[in-house]
Design a binder for this molecule. Structure first.
Ligand SMILES: [Zn+2]
Length: 231
């Protein structure tokens, strides 16, 4: 039986062979190369893009025909971002990333259900992103709903309940802490997601040798700032 590591290796090979995101560009197109950024450089680039966003100094995005043509032959993003589906927090905008620069999994409440864990693994193993950011945000509706469930017994429609399960753990973990419970839970939820990735044996070796870094962060709706959180 294949180990998880070898399974991911196989996925990477399939990606190299073009079986995922199969290249459709003309054979003469040179695909973009895998990022050479270190984990710290990749995180710094995310934060630098966010500084420009906060400063209202937007970066011109290369989305022209040449860029599209190169990306059609294969993508090589420099970071994977797990973030909320909230319309006020589109990660590419927040970090001023262009086409093909960040690999994103968005789900309300920025939790990491199995399919999103698989997405992270694809970003890391097949696409070679050296950094993963789990990004929560101020006034998250999913976190607020989880707080309502925990503190007031609010009833959530069954179809939405899978969204809240992991967040309820985060709410309970910080329930007795001083300060705003929703914001404390936003922070804890992002940190718990990052910690779960760090603990995952599929990423352990890369983290141990320093070729992968996982961080948690919080986006402030008012200031526009992304703040790294201590794990
Ligand atoms: Zn949210």
């Amino acid at each position: 039986m294949a180990s998880r590591r070898s399974t991911l290796g196989s996925i990477a090979c399939l990606a190299c062979a073009g079986l995922f995101g199969a290249p459709r560009a003309r054979a003469t197109t040179t695909p973009v190369s895998r990022t050479t950024l270190t984990p710290d450089q990749a995180i710094a680039r995310l934060l630098d893009g966010n500084r420009r966003f906060v400063a209202d100094d937007p970066t011109p995005i290369d989305a022209g025909a040449g860029r599209r043509e190169r990306l059609a032959a294969g993508q090589a993003p420099f970071a994977t971002i797990i973030c909320c589906a909230d319309s006020r927090a589109p990660p590419e905008t927040l970090v001023q990333a262009g086409l093909g620069e960040v690999f994103v999994a968005r789900v309300a409440g920025n939790t990491i259900p199995p399919v999103d864990l698989a997405t992270v693994a694809y970003g890391v193993e097949a696409l070679g992103t050296p950094a993963v950011m789990v990004l929560g945000h101020e006034a998250c509706g999913a976190v607020t709903a989880a707080v309502e469930v925990v503190t007031r017994g609010a009833i959530i429609p069954p179809i939405m309940q899978p969204m809240l399960g992991p967040i309820i753990f985060a709410v309970n973990a910080v329930r007795n802490q001083p300060g705003d419970l929703v914001d404390n839970a936003v922070r804890e939820n992002a940190k718990a997601g990052a910690r779960s990735l760090i603990r995952n044996p599929d990423f352990a070796e890369k983290i141990r040798v320093g070729t992968l870094k996982v961080v948690a962060a919080r986006y402030d709706l008012h200031a526009g700032k992304i703040e790294l959180l201590e794990l």
